[in-house]
Design a protein around this ligand. Structure first.
Ligand SMILES: C[S@@+](CC[C@H](N)C(=O)[O-])C[C@H]1O[C@@H](n2cnc3c(N)ncnc32)[C@H](O)[C@@H]1O
Length: 404
């Protein structure tokens, strides 16, 4: 049996209990319909039109369940194909879908390389999978071939610098524990971890915690049989070889080198002179904390990111309540957030607080401008910092038909 398949048969990842569906919905990036609309359809997709999606390497179902629930919420006529080679993972995902009464999903146990057989798809989610393939380029190609014209992909792959310490330890465990049964490997690996010398980079990397959360987490992080990370440049190269291009990395502002450089006109000019992908690669090298890359991708010329230039555009906040954020901005002229160990300051003029407070996922920009008594020109000037600051950290999206 393929060693990666064997691993996910023994340790479906992430570990999930279908009974928890009654208590909470796990949401994240990529693949929320609002986010898909924002990054791939300019915020103006007609969600009454049919939508075919593939969740490739769907695992225990996090992305799958979020997508299916949110599409059902807006009454979108959707068909979702779940594809994974692990029956054990599929059993968990299927039980979660059943617990929620989701009828839009078809479950398939097969290799991701067969994706084109089930297409074409308007959208493909592939989160945490391609870096485990024996031939990842073949995986990128299979997904690209499965895309319908105008479709897009939401991907997550591992990134090297934030995972500092992982790969030498994976190699060491491979050498030391190669022939043991999965449960013994986990037990022995825990013993070794406890006693690692303080000079080992793994315990010094405070960004990593999966190994503490569960046995499946430890196995996925440190005992993986096949796992290669991608730098920005390597990911862009893999996408390009498959005929795809980057629409946006998430969170976009983290891929801006100016986040990590001193304020200096000369340095800023050098950054401005770089191509967008070079800027992103520089940001990754300077930040040092990126453990994954989440990216929306599409064929060149397709996949339009939303801009705030249309009065019909409907803004949505992600993970923050409009009233609380507005109060914070009014009182402090911005806010800060922590991302993988780093604090980022988002400065927003106090005067933008009422505009932020008016975001409710149904009101258009035109409606928000009118409520604030601003003409479109005045509104554009006031909204600019809100758009840049919040979209930069993936806290604001535009969608006329989807909702959070
Ligand atoms: C780390 S899990 C991620 C699961 C899910 N996408 C998520 O984000 O929660 C990786 C999944 O990819 C599946 N997988 C790995 N290689 C695959 C392949 N070649 N074809 C189909 N599934 C694969 C594994 O079985 C596993 O369920």
């Amino acid at each position: 049996m393929d060693p990666v398949r064997r691993q996910y048969q023994s340790y479906p990842y992430p570990e999930r209990d279908p009974a928890d569906e009654a208590k909470r919905l796990i949401e994240g990036s990529p693949s929320h319909p609002v986010e898909i609309d924002h990054f791939l359809h300019g915020g103006r997709r007609d969600w009454t039109a049919p939508f075919r999606a593939l969740v490739a390497g769907g695992g225990t179902g996090d992305g799958l369940i979020m997508l299916a629930v949110r599409l059902a919420d807006i009454g979108c006529p959707a068909e979702i194909i779940y594809l994974d080679m692990s029956e054990a993972s599929r059993a968990v995902a299927e039980a979660r879908a059943k617990a929620r009464g989701l009828g839009s999903i078809r479950f398939v146990t097969a290799d991701l390389l067969t994706a084109p057989d089930y297409g074409p798809f308007d959208y493909i989610d592939c989160c945490g999978v391609l870096h485990h393939l024996a031939d990842p380029d073949a995986g990128f190609r299979a997904l690209a071939q499965a895309l319908a014209p105008g479709g897009g992909i939401g991907l997550m792959v591992y990134a090297p610098f934030g995972r500092t310490g992982v790969y030498p330890l994976q190699a060491a465990f491979g050498r030391l524990l190669r022939d043991d049964a999965p449960e013994d490997r986990v037990r022995l690996a825990r013993q070794v971890l406890e006693a690692l010398p303080k000079t080992n980079w793994f315990p010094r990397n405070t960004l990593l915690g999966d190994h503490r959360a569960s046995d499946a987490g430890l196995h996925d992080l440190l005992l993986h049989s096949r796992d290669r990370p991608y730098t920005v440049a390597e990911l862009a190269g893999a996408l390009e070889r498959a005929g795809l291009g980057v629409v946006s990395f998430l969170e976009p502002a983290r891929y801006d080198p100016l986040q990590y450089l001193p304020r200096d006109a000369d340095l800023a000019e050098r950054v401005e002179a770089l191509e967008p992908l070079e800027r992103a690669a520089l940001a990754e090298q300077l930040a040092g904390n990126m453990k994954t890359h989440i990216v929306y991708a599409a064929r060149p010329g397709e996949g339009a990111e939303a801009r705030p230039g249309r009065s019909q555009a409907v803004p949505h906040l992600k993970g923050v309540a409009a009233a609380a954020l507005a109060r914070q901005v009014a009182a402090k002229g911005g806010f800060s957030l922590k991302s993988d160990g780093l604090d980022h300051a988002i400065d927003l003029p106090c005067a933008t607080a009422p505009l932020i407070g008016a975001i409710d996922g149904t009101r258009s920009l035109g409606g928000i401008a009118a409520a604030a008594g601003l003409d479109w020109l005045g509104f554009g000037a006031a909204w600019g910092p809100v758009h840049r600051g919040l979209c930069g950290f993936n806290l604001l999206h535009y969608s006329q038909g989807a909702r959070r």
